[in-house]
Design a protein around this ligand. Structure first.
Ligand SMILES: [Zn+2]
Length: 406
């Protein structure tokens, strides 16, 4: 099997010498790391295309074989080495070898948080969880817009928009598709057919948007007449091994047998869908489920309000009034608190009494909160950072207060 290393033995990165003043000492090492991660993700994507027989297109032929993000990251790293009087890195292979080491063991010193210095960018020949999340966060700033996770998201939005005539209908379609990615890592062809009938809108090619989304986010498995699968009893991911616990961070599930009714077969999420849409969405789903157990006449949940401006809005009936009180929340499950804190933006278009950034329980350590708080401090105001249990307790308490006044 081809490895990440095997595609980068050609075309060493040229070091671009800046013509302006010398590098700022307060250079941002996080950006360098994000660029390298985005570069690794793009190298992996190109490798997959090469295995499938596609030639990567849209690439500037003068740019060499390595992605732009990687080359920029390499150049920035070279300048770090230059300033620290370390003759490193000399070529791309130096950096690729370092990618397997914790960032704190690189020949140059990087200004990263203590927790992030323990992370490495590659685990074997695959991107680490840290690295995948860093590349996704970098991709939001359009470093490598063609990454699969972004294509899935664009398809999802296009499908929702094509299948609603009003803002409410688009919103409803959007919520259904987002939840499909979180709650349905496996879909039988009958499920897909039923959903396709509910979302029939087609694009200019004549193919329904929903079908294109399924083709982008899932792959087909032949299984005429039905299938018996081993999946995680909690998050639903397929589980190949026997008697193993689920590998998804924070998931406590273990394998169960699931039978599917099919005509020809079933659809399973691609790795990118699982890593960027399904797994990190589980914390949202747990919070949605907990809020939905509360009395509906006191608390109402709105999922992904404003097409995902926030993960959720919780509406409490205002005691003695027809008005409702709104709390907004974003639920996050990121390896790096610093990267999350640097990229988090608070959307203020929706009005609310309280806004929360909710950490998945398995991330919520004092050190994690400290790193996150340091990045948010002074940049993001009016947002409380809590873990998921605390958030659910607060929502439950508020609903009781509202109930006592009813
Ligand atoms: Zn699981």
């Amino acid at each position: 099997m081809a490895t990440i290393l095997s595609v980068v033995t050609l075309s060493p990165t040229a070091i671009e010498m800046p013509s302006g003043p010398k590098r700022d000492v307060a250079v941002d090492d996080y950006l360098t790391v994000e660029l390298l991660c985005a570069g690794l993700a793009k190298i992996r994507l190109d490798r997959q295309h090469a295995l499938e027989g596609h030639v990567p297109d849209g690439r500037d032929p003068s740019a060499g074989l390595l992605p732009r993000a990687w080359r920029t990251g390499f150049t920035r790293l070279w300048w770090v080495g230059h300033h620290q009087s370390v003759n490193w890195p000399q070529d791309d292979l130096d950096v690729l070898a370092a990618c397997r080491l914790p960032l704190g063991e690189w020949p140059v010193r990087l200004a990263l948080s203590g927790a992030d210095l323990d992370q490495s960018l590659l685990e074997g020949d695959e991107l680490s969880e840290f690295s995948e999340q860093a590349s996704a966060l970098a991709a939001k700033t359009d470093v490598e817009a063609e990454l699969v996770e972004n294509q899935i998201f664009a398809q999802l939005l296009a499908t929702a928009q094509a299948n609603g005539r009003t803002e409410e209908e688009v919103q409803r379609a959007y919520v259904e598709l987002r939840l499909m990615h979180i709650r349905n890592p496996v879909l039988s062809d009958l499920d897909v057919l039923r959903r396709a009938q509910q979302m029939p809108a087609a694009g200019t090619s004549g193919e329904p948007h929903f079908k294109q989304l399924v083709h982008t986010a899932y792959r087909f498995q032949q299984a005429p007449g039905g299938a018996a699968l081993r999946v995680c009893g909690s998050c639903g991911n397929p589980m190949p091994g026997v008697d193993r616990s689920c590998q998804v961070p924070g998931c406590q599930g273990s394998a169960v047998q699931k039978s599917l009714r099919t005509v020809e077969g079933y659809w399973v999420q691609h790795r990118a869908t699982r890593r960027f849409h399904h797994d990190p969405g589980l914390v949202e789903a747990r919070i949605f489920d907990a809020i939905n157990t509360l009395p509906k006449d006191l608390v109402r949940l709105e999922e992904y309000p404003g097409l995902d401006a926030w993960d959720g809005a919780v509406w409490f009936r205002q005691p003695g009034s027809d008005q409702a009180e709104c709390w907004l929340f974003d639920a996050k499950d990121c390896v790096s608190a610093t990267l999350l804190g640097r990229r988090f933006t608070c959307d203020r278009r929706l009005r609310a009494v309280h806004r929360f950034l909710v950490m998945a329980n398995h991330r919520a350590t004092p050190a994690y909160f400290a790193d996150l708080g340091r990045e948010l401090d002074g940049r993001v105001n009016g947002v409380e950072v809590v873990d998921e249990d605390t958030f659910i307790r607060r929502v439950t308490k508020r609903s009781r207060e509202v109930g006592q006044h009813a």
